[in-house]
Design a protein around this ligand. Structure first.
Ligand code: MN
Length: 502
């Protein structure tokens, strides 16, 4: 049952990135502060509100975030939902923590222009990245959403559906892009359960029936593979067997008339070896023993996926002719790519569906001492942010987020988002809102300061257009600097019209 002490202790124990005793002292203070602020609030489940903050913080600790991010997780709902202000948070716990909390609060407040659903979703997805001038803000938001999904049963059904749809369409893809596969899988499976309960149950039943004897089969494969690789003198660090995440499995089943016997990678074996050379060698040995399926060999070591994922994949005809997917990778790839920053998860005793280790797990304590440097995802992120400050464009490029390239996102004073090409000007912005605002534009402010009309809008700026009360025609000069074709054509048409009227 809920006790604060246990929960805070849980956070410290769960931390993939070791926390010093100073960090622990700091987080204890933060937690007391947050608990006092939320004192009279309860979750829909009836639990004290702080349970939510603690759980969000715990998820952040588990995926290896630093103490400031964990602190912001504990405080993330404080300015929005309590009488405590952001200034007080800054005063007590520093600017950086306050900055993160503010980012999460702002992210929750963004309004979206337009009512069409696809437009809304696309905008939200882009906005999410645009607003996230610090990636940690997005990660806190993901942790927040994950805990809200885990406790969604306490909300009324319409709310459940809306939140699950939004999670499936926005949060899960972002988790995927960030390489946090564990969060993505859990978000998708939970959403699936709420959005399509019938197929969820059917998929679960199919998987259970199929795997009834599957577990024993998987164990047999693991011992066969172990012997084969051992004979070839390849050291195996770990071998895991997996059944597919339910939502991913359902996607495949849909393409095969819900016939589970036609899904190839239902059973997957993952082999972790020390070096890259061992990966290729192990692949060769497996192929010598078991016939590979043509066209199913994928080398994501030479050609990593856009989110950085690396592994060798192959599909083979295993014993009894059953089809097995095999994934081979190094420990480092395993920690980074599959678990993103969530490298820790595979070592915890937490019961998780899916992958199950057939080898002894290293003790968490041993891991803590030995491994922090290898959580490169986090350190790389920190490096990027140090190097580039909070410049979105370079930052996003670093994350290889394609859709964000050559785009900027500006905001109206009311928080609506306007999607613009790079080097777009206030005139482009004005026409993107409404042609009449474009025609009447006289001046502009960016983040509250006056800027010229040919100013290049920066990402995530708030742009205010000053308009003339009287009817006014656009200036021909504008054609020299506007970037969007829609602004150009509006200006040309209006100039032509006003000439005719003379
Ligand atoms: Mn929250």
């Amino acid at each position: 049952m809920y006790t604060k002490a246990t929960q805070l202790k849980d956070i410290f124990e769960a931390a993939a990135y070791p926390l010093s005793s100073d960090d622990e002292k700091f987080l204890t203070e933060v937690c007391q502060f947050s608990e006092a602020a939320h004192a009279d609030q309860k979750r829909k489940s009836g639990e004290p509100y702080i349970t939510h903050s603690l759980n969000v913080a715990k998820i952040l600790a588990e995926i290896g975030m630093d103490e400031k991010t964990i602190a912001a997780g504990l405080l993330h709902d404080v300015p929005e939902d309590t009488a405590v202000t952001l200034e007080e948070v800054a005063e007590k716990f520093g600017e950086e923590v306050a900055y993160l909390v503010d980012g999460v609060t702002k992210l929750g407040k963004i309004k979206l222009r337009g009512s069409k659903e696809e437009y809304y979703l696309e905008n939200l997805r882009k906005m999410f990245m645009a607003m996230a001038q610090d990636i940690r803000v997005v990660i806190i938001k993901l942790a927040d959403r994950l805990h809200n999904m885990r406790t969604l049963e306490h909300l009324p059904p319409e709310k459940q559906a809306r939140i699950a749809r939004e999670t499936m369409e926005i949060y899960a893809p972002i988790a995927n892009r960030l390489g946090i596969g564990e969060i993505k899988g859990e978000l998708e499976d939970t959403c699936f359960m709420y959005l399509d309960p019938e197929h969820y149950e059917e998929t679960k039943r199919l998987q259970e029936t199929y795997l009834h004897e599957g577990q024993a089969y998987m164990e047999r494969i693991v011992s066969l593979f172990s012997k084969t690789l051992k004979d070839a003198k390849i050291q195996v660090i770990d071998m895991q067997g997996r059944t597919k995440d339910l939502y991913r499995l359902y996607q495949k089943l849909k393409n095969h008339d819900m016939n589970i016997n036609r899904v190839y990678d239902l059973v997957a074996i993952r082999i972790v070896v020390p070096e890259i050379a061992d990966c290729y060698e192990a692949l060769g040995i497996i192929h010598r023993e078991y016939r590979p399926m043509v066209g199913r060999i994928k080398d994501y070591i030479s050609l990593p996926k856009p989110n950085g994922y690396q592994s060798l994949h192959t599909t083979i005809f295993g014993p009894e002719g059953r089809i097995i997917e095999v994934q081979i990778r190094t420990q480092k790839m395993h920690d980074e790519a599959e678990y993103g920053i969530a490298a820790h998860w595979m070592y915890t005793e937490r019961e998780r569906p899916g992958w199950r280790s057939f080898f002894q797990r290293p003790k968490a304590a041993a891991l803590k001492g030995a491994r922090p440097k290898e959580l490169t995802w986090v350190s790389q992120l920190k490096e990027w942010q140090k190097e580039i400050g909070r410049d979105d464009k370079e930052f996003i490029e670093g994350l290889k987020i394609e859709f964000f390239k050559n785009h900027i996102f500006a905001f109206t004073p009311k928080g609506d988002i306007i999607d613009l090409p790079e080097e777009a000007t206030p005139i482009d912005f004005a026409y993107a809102i409404h042609s009449e605002i474009g025609h009447r534009a006289m001046g502009a402010k960016a983040d509250g300061k006056m800027v010229p009309l040919d100013y290049h809008i920066q990402n995530a700026q708030v742009i205010e257009i000053l308009t003339s009360k009287e009817k006014k025609k656009p200036s021909r000069d504008w054609l020299n600097f506007v970037k969007t074709s829609s602004a150009k054509s509006h200006i040309r048409r209006e100039l032509r019209n006003s000439e005719f009227q003379k």
